[in-house]
Design a binder for this molecule. Structure first.
Ligand code: FNR
Length: 376
């Protein structure tokens, strides 16, 4: 049989197709503080811009006449099948974009057959998110808590609720220099009055002497910022879960090597969407440095600037097993809730499937550096 590469579904034809259009519509719908918080990067946004412009350094070198009629984009990650090599990156406070927030996004990811990574700083608790998409491939992203018992407790709750992997974000010991948030006086934690994962955590509850909003917010701030975090601290999680532990926010190949040597189960090559260290290397360049060092010993996921099927293809050719998106699905969520997120994912899937086939390859594992040409 010949595979048909379907175009846009009838029921989604009134939705935007261009990411820029989703973004413009999201901007119209949201208040300025929330929209700027989502769109912006740290400092002068050099890293945010580099995450996009770096893709132009690479072009795809296609093969022809290879019968791609049965080409397929599905892939396996930690024993689970993904309909194509995409994940939704952890993004905090999705209630800013939509009333159903994380629950709507997790449902869309489950329907599309891709993993949803729930952030520690969510507007719904991890238990509520899991219950909204029980059949989904849900992962939990941990912001390390200074109080180790809180970190262990959250990880145990996530495992109990059916999450399939733990992603520990390691680039956020201090918050980046977020100029537009400072200008707008926007503090997301305040907008959402704390967050559900801390509020519902027994270890956290025990650590707050007087249970009122001010003390809860102070307690969260005290736990989240931890410039003293080190490799041994994170290894402590191994005693509390059997799930894969993946480190998110690695850019230096020496750190990638250390992650492999210490037995971590995966890496998300990421600069936090240009929101932390401005001036940092773009995610795609970092991936190019890291993939030969990791050399397929553990899975590599990359995020930052992925907006098209071609972007996905280039990252996979440079060694990623899968890629993730942040802002695009939040714009979909803001414009049309679950339907918007699903539309964003499905269009990216169609575009990626076409990119794969038009490049002359039939499966994700066939995409290699041999399919890329570096511009001068
Ligand atoms: C993020 N990111 C993020 N990362 C994380 O580990 N935990 C979090 O809670 C958040 N929160 C968050 C909020 C918002 C509004 C954005 C835009 C991003 C970073 C995110 O996981 C991812 O690394 C980037 O968004 C990927 O870049 P793109 O796809 O947005 O270019």
């Amino acid at each position: 049989g010949t595979k048909s590469f379907t175009s846009i579904n009838k029921d989604t034809k009134d939705l935007p197709i261009f990411i820029e259009e989703w973004e413009a519509k999201a901007k119209e719908k949201m208040d300025k503080g929330s929209f700027d918080y989502i769109r912006s990067g740290a400092g002068d946004e050099e890293t945010l811009q580099a995450n996009r412009s770096v893709f132009q350094k690479w072009t795809i070198l296609p093969r022809v006449l290879r019968n791609v009629s049965l080409s397929s984009a599905n892939t396996i990650l930690y024993g689970n099948e993904l309909s194509f090599p995409l994940l939704l990156s952890p993004v905090g406070y999705q209630g800013l974009a939509d009333k159903e927030g994380e629950k709507a996004a997790a449902r869309a990811a489950a329907k599309a057959g891709v993993p949803y990574i729930a952030s520690t700083v969510s507007t719904y608790s991890l238990e509520d998110i899991a219950a909204a998409a029980p059949e989904g491939n849900n992962w939990f992203q941990l912001y390390w808590s200074r109080n180790k018992e809180v970190s262990a407790s959250m990880v145990k709750r996530a495992e109990k609720a059916g999450f399939r992997a733990i992603v520990v974000t390691v680039d956020t010991g201090l918050l980046g220099w977020r100029k537009s948030d400072y200008k707008n006086g926007f503090v997301p934690l305040m907008e959402c009055l704390g967050d559900a994962n801390y509020r519902n955590d027994p270890a956290f509850q025990k650590s707050v002497p007087n249970w009122n909003d001010a003390n809860i917010v102070a307690g969260i701030m005290d736990n989240i910022l931890h410039p003293d975090l080190n490799w041994e601290d994170v290894l402590f999680l191994r005693e509390h879960t059997t799930l894969p532990i993946i480190l998110k926010g690695i850019l230096h190949p020496k750190d990638a090597k250390k992650a492999v040597d210490l037995g971590f189960d995966g890496i998300v090559v990421s600069n936090h969407g240009g929101r932390q260290l401005d001036g940092a290397i773009s995610s795609l360049d970092a991936l190019q440095l890291i993939s030969p060092v990791v050399n397929k010993q553990i899975p590599l996921i990359m995020d930052g600037g992925i907006r098209s099927g071609a972007d996905m293809y280039k990252a996979i050719a440079l060694g990623a097993d899968a890629v993730a998106i942040g802002r695009p699905f939040i714009y979909g969520l803001a414009v049309s809730g679950e339907v918007g997120v699903l539309s964003i994912i499905n269009n990216l899937k169609k575009e990626f499937e076409l990119t794969l086939a038009l490049s002359g390859e039939v499966s994700v594992k066939d995409i290699t550096a041999d399919n890329l040409f570096r511009q001068n």
